[in-house]
Ligand binder design. Sequence first.
Ligand code: AGP
Length: 612
Amino acid sequence: MCGIIGFVGRESAAPILLDGLARMEYRGYDSAGVAVRSESRGLQVRKSKGRLQILSDMIHGGADLDGTLGIGHTRWATHGEPNDINAHPHVSENGTIALVHNGIIENYLEIKEHLQKLGVSFASDTDSEVVAQLLEYHYNECHNMLEAVGRCLRRIEGSYAFGIICADYPNALIAARKDSPLILGYGKNGNFIASDVTAVIKYTRDVVYMDDGEIAVLTADSIDVFDDELVPVEKQHHLVDWDVSAAEKGGYPHFMFKEIMEQPEAIRKTISPRIRDGRVVLDDICLTCEEARSISRIFITACGSSYHVGMVSKYNWERLLRRPVEVCLASEFRYSDPLVDDHTLVIVISQSGETLDTMAAMREAKRRGGRTLAIVNVVGSSIVREADDVLYTWAGPEIAVATTKAYSTQLALMDLVGLYLAEKLGSVEQGEYDAIVAEMERLPEKMQAWLGDIGDVQYFASRYFNHDSIFFIGRNLDYAMGLEGSLKLKEISYIHSEAYASGELKHGTISLIEPGTLVVALGTYAPLFDKFISNVVEVKARGAEVMALTTESFCRKMEKTADATLAVPETHPILQPSLGVVPLQLFAYYVALQRGCDIDKPRNLAKSVTVE
Ligand code: AGP
């Protein structure tokens, strides 16, 4: 959840570290810190509770710290409250070693107690400081930093990406990884480590993805990578194919708004190369018709919004494939003794490719013999490296914590995979297949046109932003879409919100509807439009204020019943959530804006959740 960066080179390190941290602040933002080594002043450590800006102001944008070797960290607290002392970097007792960490050290207490018995005193409550102290202990034993890191890693359990500097090694930065992302960047004026490519893209596109168990030693002119036995390994270089502007706001007020607006293009990039002559072609998967037919069960597992994509896909895939499709929260899947065998296809969906629960669910599925297909946005991420098959969503970097374009591209890609499997199974009629593919190709254009006129959403948000509890109701695909609309709203505006299958309301929840309660009624799925009207009437009768979302052709009918109506263009019914979710994202955005919330960095959250 935290972001780490390191630099060693021929330029002042501190401003580079701050710039990199600013680009990764979405990973965690409750405290930040840097350590820079200089010839004259040794290790200089500065850290502060709160946003990165506080640290940056404290060290005058980095000008206060001289030195060309350093590490930095932006934190999402796990062990120890967010305060100055628990902020990283952590420094060993004698002040020679500084370390930044992303991950969790599971056996930290045991090591801490052992070191305490040896007389080591600790400054913080964190698991990470334990590693700094343990490193010093091993370094004192062997007087070789690489060897000390190797010994240390053999003793710790858990997940980590480390950046380490040592006062005795003025020109070297050491990195190590296990189950937490870490990349190495080859720059002109020096080399980098970072949790995310976005932190270094301004300086280099030439990167290497570290693998679990690897240790890297960086100098200004070289990077050497070793395995866990300290044997050198050759690494493959990757050229990042997007540039720095993709990870910048580019004049938009928030990343979230920019990313909403980028959705048509992101969907186009994700689907266009995979539709050829009216057929879905997934070159990256090699699945024969026979293999497809041998699949008896399909699981979709993911967290948060990616899970909501799974909810939509369940409806669509069962329709297309006539096979049972189960959607399971990744955090539940691994502990549910899932019925996975070698006839099971397990789809894992993750924007970041680093979500720990999703990763663990995938490993569990593999362990039981299932075939795994990962739908991921971040190239080279951990899930990618372990899945049997991978399909990328080409959404580009997503910075806002609340996902929008990643959700949309996941949804579009899942629709493509559904069609691909349906063709292999012969479970969909040709006319239906052609109609869906044709409509998929039109999606970006329809979304683009709709985004050209968003005044109504803005107006309704200004009318309703003061509500303190909002219900989203819908049936079938509209229910699945409502889950995402509700999550979007609550995560960035902090308004309590729930999504319900409309038919379920009268089994309990309707007791919460009282005069003035805002109900966002979703009725974009044409086959169930009449049922939708009945449910709206039902809540209206209890005094609810209803904001309806429907399609252009049902809009007129709806206007007579609802208090406010939004409409999206028509598409094939199974694709309707792709268009319907956009007003819900914008509604959440404008409500949060009206309430003065920190839209891109909502409280308590982090973009990628690498803890359980
Ligand atoms: C959605 O806006 C959230 N940021 C969150 O629910 C997210 O979708 C979830 O944490 C899963 O992340 P992933 O797609 O990177 O695995």
